[in-house]
Design a protein around this ligand. Structure first.
Ligand SMILES: Nc1ncnc2c1ncn2[C@@H]1O[C@H](COP(=O)(O)OP(=O)(O)OP(=O)(O)O)[C@@H](O)[C@H]1O
Length: 646
């Protein structure tokens, strides 16, 4: 007799199970999708390992998944003849969660059932979803290649612990036996299970079998026969011709591979021909995953070679900035029996990665083009079919941008080859638009006559950007300025020097040169002001020599007395602060103090007498505050302001 061992679940698993069993799930049907998907993965793994060692097939080379149930015992069993698990593997895989970001995910749960149900739907609890319908799960398994005596039985009621014991199991692979909760016995129905499989797992490339059923006159009920019937289409969805696949099927496939309850925004299914040939089915999700910011996670694009799953290595198949893309690529040309490491390096895989990138960008371009519904004549000219398409896709790009826009900005720095295309896809808030809907092309189209640059401003937040004194003269002249308030913006924009032949210029860097937008009299007035303020500037430079690199007059200010800028090509003060806060070595940036010669406070400086230094320091600290920084000596600042107020 073998002995039973009791093991505690990893704390995260215990917490997840608590959530699962307390019916956070809005859609209990998905347990079957998850367990069938695991069974299918297990068969994929066997196929892959068998490439190197065909004896692993033992005497059962035909892989399938069987789903059956027992009304009397109130059980549902999902069996596969895939790779199976050893006892040690069962303990590890069914007792812990390997997913990165689990802890972070758990932290984000709010305790509000509705919200959490949505989140957890995104997280995809895989195997543990069995506990949505079962109050006890027994798993019996034997790893391919191990002797029959080294099987394992794993069981748990989903509370804090699980048990394992060694068993003898002739068949390779895994059976998951669900002991249904009293209120979930509705699933003990062939019709019910079959329809769930049809809905969620039809595209699984392996046959899914269920026992046939027959009416038993004596018993007065249907009984299961010993004969098996295939209940899914069992051809990998992506290998079927497009015209044979309905939208519902595409969406169901997405939901399975993405563990997402929401339909995707768009997908693209193509046979790519050329030097390497492959089939590509890629999806753009509607919602960002909870771990979008984990740049190291596995990507959602899987590589198959002739329908054998090979890898889902993140960066090999899709660049990091597009890490939210889901889908499959199936190549006909790649060698099956080389290592994953070699494959990642192969020219063909690189070509696939580039092809994926181009495809995703063109999907986004399509969505962007259809984001706004055509109006008036343009609308009337459309055929009914085009109208339907326009209505279907209107607003999708705006949704996309809200969810994933920031990651596209990463692409500016990451993907030189596609920088121009990425730039076209960017959307901004601006002084002309509160919503982030302005594209660089929109901006260019409404530039003022004589305007030679696209102006933008990065700041700590959108609000800070919107209220920045640096915008004053632009506002006054009605020149649009793009407003950027995300952490990544300054870094990202440093890669974008021009768009469509027009240079981009930060309004917080360098001297303002409004070029032809400023008339001669303004320029002359500025020069005269600079001349008359010369002695004041000299004194200011001396007083502020430790803080400001230079002091000069500017024409960028209208209402404010002063502002801080840095030189072209330098880190902004904001970026320097960010780096410092992140514990990174931040270069010492000394800003330039710019003065508004027309401002009363600046004019007063000349007669400040003994209080000149106080005025100077207050002016500097205020400019720093307005730009989002903090005075070096806050108490000193307050003292000086108070002294000036009385
Ligand atoms: N039928 C099975 N055969 C072999 N191994 C299995 C089977 N089901 C689960 N496992 C093992 O248990 C692990 C955990 O499964 P689980 O469904 O919780 O997560 P996952 O499959 O890794 O992630 P996800 O389901 O979110 O894709 C799997 O990675 C696999 O190693």
């Amino acid at each position: 007799m073998s002995t039973k061992h009791t093991h505690a679940f990893q704390a995260e698993v215990a917490r997840l199970l608590h959530l699962v069993t307390h019916s956070l799930y809005s859609n209990p049907d998905i347990f079957l999708r998850e367990l069938i998907s695991n069974a299918s993965d297990a068969c994929d793994k066997l196929r892959f390992e068998a490439l190197a060692d065909p004896t692993l097939y033992e005497d059962a080379p035909n892989l399938d998944i069987r789903v059956t149930f027992n009304k009397a015992a109130k059980t549902i069993t999902i069996t596969d003849n895939g790779i199976g698990m050893s006892e040690a593997e069962a303990i590890e895989h069914l007792g812990t969660i390997a997913k990165s970001g689990t802890a972070e995910f758990l932290q984000r749960l709010s305790g509000d059932q509705k919200q959490d149900a949505q989140l957890i739907g995104q997280f995809g609890v895989g195997f543990y979803s069995g506990f949505i319908v079962a109050d006890r799960i027994v798993v019996e398994s034997r790893r391919a290649g191990l002797p029959a005596e080294q099987g394992v039985r794993w069981s748990s009621d989903g509370s804090g612990s699980f048990e394992t014991e060694t068993i003898t199991r002739a068949a390779r692979g895994t059976s998951v036996i669900l002991h249904l909760r009293e209120d979930k016995t509705e699933y003990l129905s062939r019709w019910r299970l079959k329809s769930i499989i049809g809905k969620y797992s039809d595209h699984i490339s392996l046959p899914i079998l269920m026992p046939k059923e027959q009416w038993d006159k004596d018993k007065g009920e249907y009984v299961l026969l010993d004969e098996w019937e295939q209940v899914n289409a069992a051809s990998a969805l992506w290998t079927r011709p497009k015209r044979d696949i309905s939208d519902e099927q595409y969406i169901a496939f997405y939901k399975t591979i993405a563990h997402d309850d929401e339909a995707p925004l768009a997908w693209s299914h193509h046979r790519v021909e050329g030097s390497t040939e492959y089939t590509q089915l890629l999806y753009i999700p509607a919602k960002a995953p909870f771990d979008l910011w984990n740049r190291d996670k596995k990507a959602g694009v899987k590589l198959y070679v002739q329908r054998v799953f090979i890898m889902d290595d993140a960066e090999a198949l899709i660049p990091t900035y597009l890490r939210w893309v889901k889908g499959v690529v199936d190549s006909a040309d790649l060698p099956l029996n080389v290592s994953r490491e070699l494959l990642q390096e192969s020219r063909d895989v690189k070509a696939i990665r580039e092809g994926n990138t181009r495809r995703v960008l063109s999907m986004l371009e399509d969505l962007a083009a259809r984001d706004r519904l055509p109006e008036g004549e343009a609308w009337d000219k459309l055929s009914d079919e085009e109208k339907a398409l326009a209505q279907r896709d209107a607003g999708k790009y705006t949704r996309f941008w809200a969810e994933f826009g920031l990651t596209l900005k990463e692409g500016l720095g990451e993907d030189m080859a596609n920088r121009e295309r990425i730039a076209r896809l960017l959307r901004f808030a601006s002084t002309h638009s509160d919503a982030p809907t302005v594209s660089l092309a929109d901006y260019k189209a409404r530039m003022k006559p004589g305007q030679q640059a696209i102006y933008y401003l990065t700041a700590e937040s959108l609000t800070a950007a919107r209220h920045s004194p640096q915008l004053e003269v632009f506002r006054q002249k009605g020149i649009e300025v793009l407003l950027l308030g995300d952490r990544i913006d300054e870094w990202a924009m440093s890669f974008l020097h021009e768009f469509d032949g027009t240079p981009l210029r930060s309004v917080a860097k360098g001297a303002v040169d409004l070029g032809e937008l400023q008339d001669e009299s303004e320029k002359k007035a500025a020069e005269e002001a600079a001349e008359s303020l010369k002695p004041v500037l000299e004194r200011l430079r001396a007083t502020l020599k430790d803080r400001a690199k230079d002091v000069r007059v500017t024409s960028r200010l209208v209402d404010s007395p002063a502002c801080l800028v840095v030189e072209d090509g330098e880190y902004s003060l904001q970026l320097a602060r960010l780096l410092k806060a992140a514990g990174q070595k931040a270069p010492e940036v000394k800003p330039i103090l710019e003065l508004n010669p027309k401002h009363a406070l600046v004019q007063k400086l000349a007669q400040a007498g003994d209080r000149f230094d106080d005025y100077a320091l207050v002016l500097f600290d205020q400019a720093l505050l307005a730009e989002g920084g903090l005075p070096e000596d806050p108490a000193g600042y307050v003292r000086r302001v108070n002294a000036l107020l009385v």
